[in-house]
Write a protein that binds this ligand. Structure first.
Ligand SMILES: NC(=O)c1cnc(OC2CCCC2)nc1N
Length: 329
């Protein structure tokens, strides 16, 4: 390609960055690619050539920054301004009904619930300043986590810049899709390496890598589910917050549903208990949250968990076809 002037390179690289980030958003966040891979690859190659010629044109959100390439000494500690709470679990319909009774007694009237699949991955917290991804951390003990920003930058579904210049913090799950888990373990077996016990461990092991190029190759993904620091956003319900996070460019789980009664919640639980093997990711239950944020505030927290949420845990899968038995190709 004939060398181009800096001005032409500046304009062209900005066009390519926006175009490639839009293609990546459609592919990794919306699961609806609008172009074939070779179209993306060709434009990506052009951007690499321009950035190689003019390194000053590289920006934090350039798609070329997703491949990793630094080896960290270790992970710094991060103190979470807003704690990441855990959930009180329930294991039966009776316990779920008791949860609903406690909530109704405390607020004095029936409430609607936002039901979400309980993704079996690693809890992460993402901080943005004026729309730019500035820090990613593990949950840790809920108050102190580890700074894994460099590894999370390689996770393609995590936006490096939001659609609006907001300063917010969101939380969610980083997970490894079942098909990627099977492929990784087959490769590790061939390489004589120890295999991962489950996708959650594989995701955790990938994010604990000090060499970011390793994390970049592990095909990790995310579902975000908590608006922690709202910034200027004004969601009043969990369901609305999920829709806002999706609008801002985050990947959220499409199966969330508002249920008006605990019976509807139970229907939702039974449905996904039966069909979860069809999902491309592992879930270990259902998270049920009081939908209205003002009622969540009224209910508050115990020492470790919100009074306004519970997790219905599925019984461990006995004699279930294991992931390795299923042909994921
Ligand atoms: N694994 C999940 O999919 C998941 C985990 N946690 C939460 O909510 C937090 C927010 C307040 C307490 C728990 N939602 C989820 N969907």
């Amino acid at each position: 390609m004939e060398p181009i002037t800096f001005q032409a390179a500046e304009k062209r690289s900005a066009e390519l960055r926006d175009e490639l980030n839009q293609y990546a958003h459609e592919y990794y966040v919306q699961d609806q690619p609008s172009v074939e891979d070779f179209v993306y690859d060709k434009k990506y190659q052009e951007l690499v050539e321009i950035e190689t010629e003019y390194p000053d044109l590289i920006t934090p959100e350039s798609p070329t920054q997703r491949v990793g390439g630094i080896v960290l000494e270790g992970f710094e500690k991060v103190v979470h301004d807003i704690p990441l709470y855990s959930l009180n679990d329930v294991f039966s319909k009776e316990e779920l009904i008791a949860f609903d009774e406690r909530v109704k007694k405390a607020v004095g009237h029936p409430v609607s619930y936002c039901c979400e699949l309980k993704i079996d991955g690693l809890s992460i917290s993402l901080k943005y300043e004026q729309g730019v991804f500035v820090q990613g951390a593990t949950r840790g003990d809920g108050t102190v986590g580890e700074n894994i920003t460099e590894n999370l930058k390689t996770v393609k579904s995590i936006p490096l810049r939001l659609k609006e210049p907001l300063s917010i913090e969101v939380r969610g799950e980083c997970y490894m899709p079942k098909a990627s888990f099977v492929k990784l373990n087959k490769q590790r077996e061939e390489d004589g390496k120890e295999v991962f016990a489950n996708p959650r461990n594989a995701a955790a092991g990938s994010l604990r890598q000090l060499d970011t190029r390793v994390a970049a190759k592990r095909n990790l993904s995310t579902f975000l589910y908590t608006l922690a620091d709202f910034g200027p956003l004004e969601s009043t319900t969990q369901d609305h917050a999920l829709n806002e996070m999706s609008r801002l460019g985050f990947r959220t789980n499409p199966e969330h549903r508002v249920c008006e009664t605990i019976d509807e919640v139970w229907e939702y639980i039974e449905n996904f208990h039966e069909t979860r093997d069809e999902l491309s990711y592992e879930i270990d239950g259902i998270v049920i949250k009081v939908n209205e944020f003002d009622l969540q505030d009224e209910l508050g927290f115990t020492v470790k968990a919100p009074r306004w949420a519970t997790a219905y845990k599925f019984p461990p899968e006995e004699a279930q076809t294991t992931l390795l038995d299923i042909d994921w190709t």
